[in-house]
Design a protein around this ligand. Structure first.
Ligand code: FBP
Length: 346
């Protein structure tokens, strides 16, 4: 019975305990949840809404802007304007947008992640990061704080179920929107990323463009039982970051979107401020790690709202293993050393 599960509002009320900052975060999260409910209903209309996945412009940097990208941005912006949020930094707007001057929070958001999947009936989502807006700090600087200052982060998935994966820095939890009353209810507490799942997610069509360290790491995974890892690995690539992150939080595995030699992809494809940073907090609260291949994502101080970053996340031991491949990268061809049985076995 859905009603046996605590609602998001109940969970947040209990967590906040009347603390002023926590109350502000709770109001912002409930505003995001409200907008996500409306967006989920719009997505479910699918083919009955003309042009949901229609291209309406060029988002810059090779990204295509779809009708749903624009609509979702409006929905979240309108909802957050009624919350104690001073400014919004969105994938769908060039600059930070001022909402309520003097309010204690700022929010960074990818309103519609996985836009290439809109027309394919595959899970898409919304990713967000909630940061403090210290008095006197300008809004751009507030949005460009390092990820370890986040007060909360999360993502919604519009898939077979509409779900919210969220952290207020007390574990990573899943709330599922109950179909009868469309209220988010706590369905899984304290996710812990499994260390053992032999599964990876990477867009393998870019293999020829990868740096040598990534080529070497992947070659060792592909060698399976006969290679240095001595086990076979399975592969999944949905093409929606929210779907890969959800799967990894639920059953483990490793995610990589490295930088590569294609023009514009030197720092990978994903955005630091509103994709990598919120995912990194969720993953670390679930006992895993997220890096750019070497540096912890949560320690990187962003330079601009839309900058890209290579992203690796999953169980800590596997993420660290990838860092060792990167550290050992010699700059020549993928080193045969990497394939020596046991060399990099932890
Ligand atoms: P959007 O925010 O424009 O949808 O781009 C992000 C994304 O769709 C991620 O969700 C996904 O991991 C990645 O791009 C897929 O990239 P590619 O198409 O290069 O595999």
């Amino acid at each position: 019975m859905a009603s046996e599960h605590a609602t998001l509002a109940e969970y947040l009320k209990n967590w906040s305990g009347g603390d002023e900052t926590r109350d502000a975060v709770s109001i912002a999260l409930l505003a995001l949840a409200e907008a996500s409910g409306r967006l989920s209903a719009l997505i479910a209309e699918g083919p009955f809404v003309r042009g949901l996945g229609e291209t309406v412009g060029d988002g810059g940097g090779g990204d295509i802007k779809k009708f749903l990208d624009v609509e979702s941005h409006k929905m979240f912006k309108d909802a957050l304007a009624k919350a104690p949020v001073a400014a919004l930094g969105s994938e769908e707007a060039d600059d930070a947008e001022i909402l309520n001057e003097g309010a204690p929070l700022v929010v960074a958001i990818d309103p519609l992640d996985g836009s290439s999947n809109i027309n394919t009936n595959v899970s898409i989502g919304t990713i967000f990061s909630v940061l403090p807006a210290p008095p006197g700090m300008d809004m751009n600087s507030a949005l460009l704080q390092a990820g370890n200052t986040q007060l909360a982060s999360g993502f919604f998935v519009y898939g077979p179920q509409t779900t919210l994966v969220v952290t207020v820095r007390e574990g990573t939890h899943i709330f599922t929107m109950a179909p009868d009353d469309r209220v988010f209810r706590l369905t899984q507490r304290n996710l812990k990323i499994s260390p053992d799942k032999a599964e990876y997610a990477i867009n393998a069509s870019n293999a020829r463009h990868w740096p040598n360290a990534v080529k070497a790491y992947m070659r060792d995974l592909h060698a399976g039982k006969d290679g240095p890892r001595e086990k076979d690995f399975n592969m999944r690539w949905v093409g929606s970051l929210v779907a890969e992150a959800y799967r990894i939080l639920i059953r483990g595995g490793i995610f990589l979107y490295p930088g590569d030699s294609r023009k514009g992809y030197e720092q990978g494809r994903l955005r630091l401020v509103y994709e990598a940073i919120p995912i990194a907090l969720l993953v670390s609260e679930a006992g895993g790690s997220a890096t750019d291949g070497l540096r912890p994502i949560l320690e990187i101080k962003p330079d601009n709202l839309h900058q890209r970053v290579p992203l690796v996340f999953g169980p800590t031991a596997e993420v660290e293993r990838i860092s060792r491949y990167n550290e050992a990268q010699s700059g020549g061809e993928a080193s045969p050393l990497f394939s020596e049985r046991g060399l990099l076995r932890s």
